[in-house]
Design a protein around this ligand. Structure first.
Ligand SMILES: Nc1ncnc2c1ncn2[C@@H]1O[C@H](COP(=O)(O)OP(=O)(O)OP(=O)(O)O)[C@@H](O)[C@H]1O
Ligand SMILES: [Mg+2]
Length: 242
């Protein structure tokens, strides 16, 4: 099926948002956070979403991850229309197709690095032999080998972020959503994390959506979108970086 510019097929599309709206109620007041959001994210592209605080960036990522439902509109992820999935379906989606890395990394401080990365596989009921193999492979890929038995509190900021990315990748998702992945890092660690996302895109053909306050981070993405008052606009089409 030919779509858009004639070259894009359904198989290239990882995420499609169609007329997505979301509001929250505060007592009698209604705050509209997302207004008529339309977007297509392709397999194997890194998209940056930039915008001021409170503009709806996290809300958008959580809706794509199936952690929240829109009031209106369609969210299609790897061919699944999220409106048609119940809670069990959404949870399966989160454990196999889409991974969300929250801004605070969401690591469990009482578990070791290995156990944190293993968690999504445990939840999905993956057997021990496969869990050990998959966790060890992704730890090596993330240059985390040797840190298996440490608790997150003993890690540097860059290492914590790499553990969060490893945990997100251990299920081999086709969509990776990262909420302010460089916000708590110094610039040299921020660059390393962005280079890592480029490696992930190259090695796994993952669609990666990165939300950021920092305009310098947009240098590392293929395409940038601006979120202003709940509306998403393309900034500049950029040639794809390899
Ligand atoms: N669960 C919720 N209940 C009520 N209001 C919410 C909820 N989640 C978000 N909001 C409101 O929606 C608006 C957008 O929030 P969101 O977290 O998506 O913004 P953001 O662009 O990620 O901001 P930041 O850059 O500060 O992280 C804010 O005004 C926020 O207060
Ligand atoms: Mg946010």
């Amino acid at each position: 099926m030919k779509l858009l510019n004639g070259a894009l097929t359904m198989y290239d599309i990882s995420v499609m948002l169609r007329d997505v709206w979301k509001s929250y109620k505060f007592g009698s007041e209604v705050i509209t956070v997302l207004r008529n959001v339309n977007a297509v994210f392709k397999q194997g592209e890194i998209v940056g979403i930039h915008g001021p605080s409170g503009s709806g960036k996290t809300t958008l990522l959580r809706i794509i991850a199936g952690l929240e439902r829109p009031d209106r509109g369609d969210v299609i992820v790897s061919g699944y229309n999220l409106n048609l999935l119940d809670e069990v379906g959404l949870s399966m989606l989160r454990n196999s197709i889409v991974s969300y890395i929250p801004q605070d990394y969401g690591l469990v401080e009482t578990l070791t690095v290995f156990e944190n990365i293993e968690l999504p596989l445990l939840i999905s009921g993956v057997g021990k032999v496969s869990r050990v193999k998959n966790v060890s492979e992704i730890m090596k890929y993330m240059s985390l080998s040797g840190k298996e038995n440490l608790r997150p509190t003993y890690l540097s900021g860059g290492e914590r972020q790499r553990v969060a990315i490893a945990r997100a990748l251990v299920t081999k998702p086709s969509v990776l959503l990262a909420d302010e992945p460089t916000a708590n890092l110094d610039w040299s660690n921020a660059v390393k994390v962005m280079e890592l996302f480029r490696d992930v895109r190259r090695d796994f053909n993952t669609a990666i959506v990165i939300v950021t306050h920092d305009p310098r981070i947009l240098e590392f993405v293929d395409r940038s979108l601006n979120m202003v008052e709940g509306m998403l606009k393309e900034i500049t089409p950029k040639p794809r970086l390899q």
